[in-house]
Design a protein around this ligand. Structure first.
Ligand SMILES: NC(=O)c1ccc[n+]([C@@H]2O[C@H](COP(=O)([O-])OP(=O)(O)OC[C@H]3O[C@@H](n4cnc5c(N)ncnc54)[C@H](O)[C@@H]3O)[C@@H](O)[C@H]2O)c1
Length: 333
């Protein structure tokens, strides 16, 4: 299959963590990814060989000509602000970037006749779980502006389908983790707030210790449990969603997680095994609004998309992230 035998796909936020892995997978699968990113948190070098246009998804004078030029089959939308804590203190940024700019993007798509959309949603739309594992039918009651802004987009997507025929699949990720198995791209957030890269920064000497926020949760070892899903597996789900939309599927939403959680203590223990570093821990008070357990029921994605995560094992996820941490330190040296 030649590299450009399949149609263009616009990847909004393709210079970011998950988006850059998607761009690579699209290229390898024969699609023509067109990256749109304002580099607010992304990195131009992560885009690799794909077509890259720097700009804001919310700027119609940038987006409409681009959509007319490439006539993509679909827009994959990773572009967002996604720091839960920051969303509590700066909600205006979250409503504007995640909702207002997304509505502008959807309107540019309507204007240019682009009718398929894959949306990076989040487990944060569920808020505090009333039961786990969490299915797609679980009540959606976000507890922070980040989750609210994502739920608002999901709601708009239902209306845009009903009224304008814009079909979409919202993929509700649990905790994205890991890096490309070849070590060339990975997670690079500033500030970093995610557990696995933080733990590995201790192992590589960039941090002294890892903070454990709470050790008296009602879980077997007292630390929070989360569902870590490999970034490559998330991207595979997007490819399957793209295929499904191409076959005429109705708009819907899927959870993406492995369905088995790992506690903070288990992640630290696995990182000690992978890195051989003792990884000292500091106990801090629990953070407000941190549920004890967040684990996905992702059986619908498996059954309807045919999604079969390849890298569910936590040590593999950490080993790939560790390879990325070491290679990025070597490049910076
Ligand atoms: N990382 C996770 O664990 C996780 C979990 C659930 C959902 N998500 C969602 O997945 C998506 C990607 O997350 P990530 O971790 O890769 O984030 P990221 O910050 O690494 O990537 C986001 C990218 O979007 C770009 N961007 C942001 N606003 C933009 C705008 N208005 N116009 C153009 N570009 C813009 C940024 O520059 C960045 O390159 C986000 O929508 C996030 O909410 C992530």
């Amino acid at each position: 299959m030649s590299k450009t035998s399949l149609p263009p796909v616009v990847v909004a936020g393709g210079a970011g963590y998950i988006g850059s892995h998607m761009v690579r997978m699209l290229l390898e699968s024969g699609f023509h990814p067109v990256v749109v990113d304002n580099l607010a948190t992304g990195h131009a070098e992560a885009v690799g060989q794909a077509t890259f246009r720097q700009g804001d998804i919310g700027d119609p004078s940038f987006m409409a000509p681009l959509l007319r030029e490439f006539q993509p089959a679909c827009v994959m939308h990773f572009a967002a602000a996604s720091l839960v804590g920051e969303s509590m203190t700066a909600p205006a940024k979250y409503w504007r970037n995640n909702l207002v700019q997304t509505l502008a993007l959807l309107d540019a798509m309507r204007e240019c006749g682009v009718g398929q959309f894959i949306f990076s949603s989040t487990a944060a739309v569920y808020g505090n779980p009333v039961e786990v594992p969490i299915t797609e039918q679980h009540p959606r009651n976000p507890i922070n502006p980040y989750g609210h802004s994502k739920l608002a987009v999901e709601t708009a997507l239902q209306d845009y389908d009903r009224a304008y025929g814009l079909r979409s699949i919202a993929l509700r990720y649990f905790n994205a983790a890991g890096a490309h198995p070849d070590g060339s791209i990975g997670e690079r957030h500033e500030p970093e707030t995610h557990l696995i890269p933080l733990v590995l920064q201790v192992a590589s000497g960039r941090r002294r210790e890892i903070a454990r926020f709470g050790s008296n949760f009602p879980t077997p070892d007292g630390s929070c449990i989360r569902d870590y899903v490999h970034v490559q597996d998330l991207c595979t789900a997007h490819l399957l969603a793209l295929k499904k939309l191409g076959e005429g599927a109705a708009s819907t939403a899927y959870n993406l997680g492995n369905g088995s959680g790992h506690s903070v203590n288990e992640v630290i223990a696995a990182a000690r095994r992978v890195t051989g570093h003792p990884i000292p821990v500091r106990d801090d008070p629990p953070r407000e609004g941190d549920p004890p357990v967040l684990v996905a029921d992702a059986r619908r994605a498996r059954a309807e998309l045919g999604w079969a995560p390849q890298y569910a094992d936590i040590e593999t996820i950490i080993a790939h992230a560790w390879q990325w941490e070491r290679s990025s330190l070597a490049r910076a040296a």
